[in-house]
Design a protein around this ligand. Sequence first.
Ligand SMILES: [Zn+2]
Length: 84
Amino acid sequence: MFLIFGFRTKPVALGWVGAPCRVCGHTGSQLLIREVTRFSLFFIPLIKVRTRYVLECHNPMCRSVNRISGGEAENLMRGGVRAA
Ligand SMILES: [Zn+2]
């Protein structure tokens, strides 16, 4: 019997938040992204394994992606999110 399983991470853009970039210092908006990793069996996502938040810099010269904690993401969302 075959057992096909794996992990799949799905990024979801939550919106633009006002935060300075940690890499280039760009003070404009950054894209807040939630990455949810799920365990899947036979290509059906079943169990949520991990949730991560990242900020993507909008500066075309930088484009860095920085991981932030769930608490930081919550604070940024409380400060206001513009639709992506
Ligand atoms: Zn940057």
